[in-house]
Write a protein that binds this ligand. Structure first.
Ligand SMILES: Cc1ncc(COP(=O)(O)O)c(C=O)c1O
Length: 375
């Protein structure tokens, strides 16, 4: 299998050395510091991995189920701790989908399943989310795409990049359709917990035996650098196959990532961190929404969850060109062009990163850049 680079990663590689003064697309909450965890870490902790579980720390797996409201439906052995959502997605896709199989992927959505499906030699069928329908996809479209060779339906819920969410009744319908051909449904739930109105999206692992929920401590908790996430599935073969795949790549989890993630997910600490992430996110989202309202070149469907959204650019310039101009002097502001998702007339805007992202400054620079374009 040879994996080709995707436009989103290309853009990130092109811009990492640019050192922008403000960021308009930050996708995670403000990150805690190592010092925030020192009091709870045991200095005598052995950094030898021996004696640990291949599934991951049992206490951490329990926290994962608790926060996903899955304690009634799933057991801790239905959870595998992984190197982020990315590894959980990777191992699930690579073990479930073989050359010639079909998989369905929501578009716009997280690029990883598109890239991997293509590398595997599977037929990847896009399930289109429509902007005019608040970026929802049509369940009839899904019904038409599902065929006997469909092995996996990959959905990003809440969706990156639109912030759209699927309701429980819609998820039940997805499951009903998948069940007809025995397909797995993988929901990337990395943004779960950051719904702006209403409850947390239901985890598909609780709704369907072949439902796979993936997530991590990266987004709402801002702990992306720990590389700690999970895969939840009641079909133990999925957990076993993922473990076997990992045995042939990185073998085991990193001890520090698991330890710190376990501390971060202890209920009182988790509640406080989520409260802060939600308060900061809601405040910045309001700022961004007001800004978009005030600009005739911009329009969006405000995200229902998560820290990012996809904004339409009504200007005689593509978002790639705008992104380049914006990153250069005098604006020095980073944004992600929608071309990364196959939508060149959109920009991915985000409200994460806390004060360090300098959202107000970035928006002022975007306003200036758009004004300069007009004159
Ligand atoms: C939808 C989605 N899935 C997966 C990832 C990867 O996250 P993690 O750090 O948990 O591997 C991201 C990160 O940007 C994401 O937005």
């Amino acid at each position: 299998m040879h994996i080709k680079i995707h436009r989103l990663f290309e853009l990130l590689l092109e811009t990492t050395s640019a050192q922008p003064e403000a960021v308009l697309g930050f996708s995670l909450a403000e990150s805690p510091k190592l010092g925030d965890f020192l009091a709870d870490l045991d200095p005598n902790l052995s950094l030898d991995w021996s004696g640990k579980s291949f599934n991951g720390l049992p206490e951490l797996r329990q926290h994962v189920l608790t926060h996903a409201n899955l304690t009634d439906t799933c057991h801790i052995d239905d959870v595998l701790i992984t190197a982020g959502t990315a590894e959980a997605n990777f191992m699930s896709i690579c073990q479930l989908v073989q050359p010639g199989d079909e998989m369905i992927v929501d578009v716009p959505g997280w690029p990883q399943p598109l890239v991997l499906g293509e590398a595997i030699g599977a037929q990847v069928r896009p399930l289109v989310r429509r902007e005019e329908n608040a970026w929802r996809f049509d369940l009839d479209d899904l019904a038409r795409l599902i065929r006997p060779r469909t092995k996996l339906i990959f959905l990003c819920n809440p969706n990156n990049p639109t912030g759209q969410i699927m309701r429980e009744d819609e998820l039940h319908e997805v499951v009903r359709l998948a069940e007809r051909v025995g397909a797995y449904v993988l929901c990337d739930e990395v943004y779960a917990g950051l719904e702006w109105h209403g409850p947390r999206v239901p985890s598909v692992a609780g709704l369907y035996e072949r439902g796979i929920s993936t997530g991590s401590v990266s987004k709402a908790l801002g702990l992306q650098g720990l590389r700690t996430g999970w895969l939840i599935c009641r079909d133990r073969k999925v957990i076993f196959d993922a473990m076997v795949m990992r045995e042939n790549s990185s073998e085991i989890m990193n001890v520090m990532g698991e330890m710190i993630a376990e501390i971060a997910m202890r209920p009182p600490r988790y509640a406080a961190a989520m409260h802060k992430a939600r308060a900061d996110g809601a405040q910045n989202l309001q700022l961004l929404d007001q800004f978009i309202e005030s600009r005739r070149e911009l329009a969006w469907q405000k995200p229902a969850a998560g820290l990012i959204g996809l904004c339409r650019l009504n200007a005689p310039i593509t978002s790639d060109e705008l992104g380049k101009r914006l990153l250069a002097a005098p604006y020095r502001t980073f944004s992600i062009p929608g071309s990364a998702y196959g939508f060149p007339q959109h920009i991915r805007l985000g409200v994460g990163g806390g004060a360090a992202a300098k959202l107000s400054q970035g928006l002022a620079q975007l306003a200036k850049c758009l004004d300069d374009l007009r004159s």
